[in-house]
Design a protein around this ligand. Structure first.
Ligand code: PLP
Length: 406
C-alpha cells in the first residue's frame, strides 16, 4: 500500500515511546488522538511569542492574537465548507457544543407535546443533554434503534418523524460500533418535515471529509482533540438563520453589545455564543491540525485506514472465541470486540502490559451495550499512523490473553 506511514509516524513524538518496556501500540484514537509536531510547535510558539487575550485590546499582541484566532475560524469554515465565519462557533469540544445547543434550542423550541429524536447508538454526549432539555421542558425523547449489524433502522426513523418532532440529533459515525450513518438521507428526510438536524461529527472529522453545505446539516459539532488538535477546543457549526434565531447559552464578556442593569443586548454572530475568554491557543492548534491533515489528504487517509480495518478485521476474526460488535457495511477503522468468557478489563490489562493501548468499557454508549446485553467491549480504534505490524502485535496479544484466561 502506497502510504508512507513510517515517515508520518516521525511527526508524532509520543509514538516513539515505550510502555512497560515495549514500543507503544496506540489503538485508542477514538478517545483521543496523538498530536503531530506541527500542532505542538504551534501551541508552544503561541505561548512563547504571541499570547494575549483576544478581542479586548488595542495593543500589538492582542491584535495579533485576535488575528490568529479569526484566521483559525476561517480555516475551520473552509475545512467544513460553511458559508460564513458567522456560522463557526468555537467551544470546548463536542460535549460543550451539544450542551450549548440543547440548552439554547430547548429553551426556545421544546415544550410539552414536542419531541426530540436521537438514536440508540449516540454517545452519552448526544443523549444526556437532550434528555436534560426534554426533562426541563416536558418534551419527549424518541430513539431510533439499530439492527444486529449496528446500522440504524431507517424505517423506524421515518415512523418516528412527525409534526411533533422539533430536532433530530444523530452521530455521523458511532464511536463504539464504527458505523457510518446515512447522514445525508437522515437530513433529507427530516427536512421534508421541516425539522432541523444536529450531526455529532466527533468521530467523523478524523476520517471523512465534511461538507456541511453538501450535507445540508443545520448544526455540526466536533472536538479538536479527536482530530489531532489540542484538548479543550471544539466547534459548533450552525446555519446562520438558526444561530441568529437562538438565544445565547452563556452570558459573560465578549458575547454582549451593550450592558446596563436594565437590559443587555447581544453581540453579533459568532460572538453571541462565545462568552468569556475563549481558548484562542487551542483554536490556533486546531487550525494547525487541519492543515496537517490536509497536507496528507483525507482521500489517502481514508484509503489507508480502510486497508487497516480490513486487515485487522480479517486477523481478529481468526482469534478463537472473538466476537466483533458492529459489522455495518459502511464503517471506519474501529473494532469493538469481546473474547468469549473473558472480561474486557482483564484482557485490556494484559494488552497494556504488552504495550498495547485499547479502550475497555461502555465507551460512553451504555445503550449500545444494553442492546447486545453485555457490560462492555474492548475497542481498537485505528488512525493513519497505525501499522499492520501493530495489528499483528494486537493479534499476538489476544492469543496471550486467551492462554492466560481462556
Ligand atoms: N460524540 C462522539 C461520537 C464521541 O465519540 C465523543 C467522544 O468520544 C463525544 C461525542 C464527546 O467528545 P468530547 O469528550 O471531546 O466532548
Amino acid at each position: 500500500m502506497d502510504f508512507e506511514v513510517d515517515k508520518i509516524r516521525e511527526d508524532f513524538p509520543l509514538l516513539s515511546q515505550k510502555v512497560h518496556g515495549q514500543p507503544i501500540v496506540y489503538f485508542d484514537n477514538g478517545a483521543t488522538t496523538q498530536k503531530p509536531r506541527q500542532v505542538i510547535e504551534t501551541v508552544r510558539r503561541y505561548y512563547e511569542e504571541e499570547n494575549a487575550s483576544i478581542h479586548r485590546g488595542v495593543h500589538f499582541l492582542s491584535e495579533r492574537s485576535t488575528e490568529t484566532y479569526e484566521k483559525a475560524r476561517e480555516k475551520v469554515r473552509k475545512y467544513i465548507n460553511a458559508a460564513s465565519t458567522s456560522e463557526v462557533i468555537f467551544t470546548s469540544g463536542t460535549t460543550g457544543s451539544i450542551n450549548a445547543l440543547a440548552f439554547s434550542f430547548g429553551e426556545k423550541y421544546l415544550a410539552p407535546g414536542t419531541e426530540v429524536i436521537i438514536t440508540e447508538m449516540e454517545h452519552h454526549s448526544n443523549l444526556v443533554p437532550w434528555q436534560m432539555a426534554c426533562e426541563r421542558k416536558g418534551a419527549k425523547l424518541k430513539v431510533v434503534p439499530f439492527n444486529e449489524k449496528g446500522e440504524l433502522v431507517m424505517a423506524e426513523f421515518k415512523k418516528l418523524l412527525s409534526d411533533k418532532t422539533r430536532i433530530v440529533a444523530v452521530s455521523h459515525i458511532s464511536n463504539s460500533l464504527g458505523t457510518i450513518n446515512p447522514i445525508k438521507e437522515i437530513i433529507r428526510l427530516a427536512h421534508k418535515h421541516e425539522v432541523p438536524v444536529l450531526v455529532d461529527g466527533a468521530q467523523a472529522l478524523p476520517h471523512e471529509s465534511i461538507d456541511v453545505r453538501d450535507l445540508d446539516a443545520d448544526f455540526y459539532v466536533f472536538s479538536g482533540h479527536k482530530v489531532y488538535g489540542p484538548n479543550g477546543i471544539g466547534v459548533l457549526y450552525g446555519k446562520e438563520k438558526w444561530l441568529y434565531d437562538l438565544p445565547p447559552y452563556q452570558g459573560g464578556g465578549d458575547m454582549v453589545d451593550c450592558v446596563t442593569f436594565e437590559k443587555t443586548t447581544y453581540n453579533q454572530l459568532p460572538f453571541k455564543f462565545e462568552a468569556g475568554t475563549m481558548n484562542y491557543i487551542g483554536a490556533a492548534g486546531l487550525a494547525a491540525a487541519l492543515d496537517y491533515i490536509s497536507g496528507i489528504g483525507l482521500d489517502r487517509i481514508r484509503e489507508y485506514e480502510k486497508y487497516l480495518l480490513e486487515y485487522a478485521t480479517m486477523k481478529l476474526m481468526t482469534v478463537p472465541g472473538l466476537e466483533i460488535y458492529g459489522n455495518a457495511a459502511r464503517k471506519i477503522s474501529i473494532i469493538s470486540f469481546l473474547l468469549d468468557g473473558i472480561h474486557p478489563y482483564d484482557a485490556g490489562m494484559v494488552l497494556d502490559k504488552l504495550g498495547i493501548a485499547v479502550r475497555t468499557g461502555t465507551h460512553c454508549t451504555q445503550p449500545v451495550m444494553d442492546h447486545f446485553k453485555i457490560t462492555g467491549t474492548l475497542r481498537a480504534s485505528m488512525a493513519f499512523y497505525n501499522t499492520t505490524g501493530e495489528i499483528d502485535r494486537l493479534y499476538a496479544g489476544l492469543h496471550r490473553v486467551r492462554e492466560m484466561f481462556g
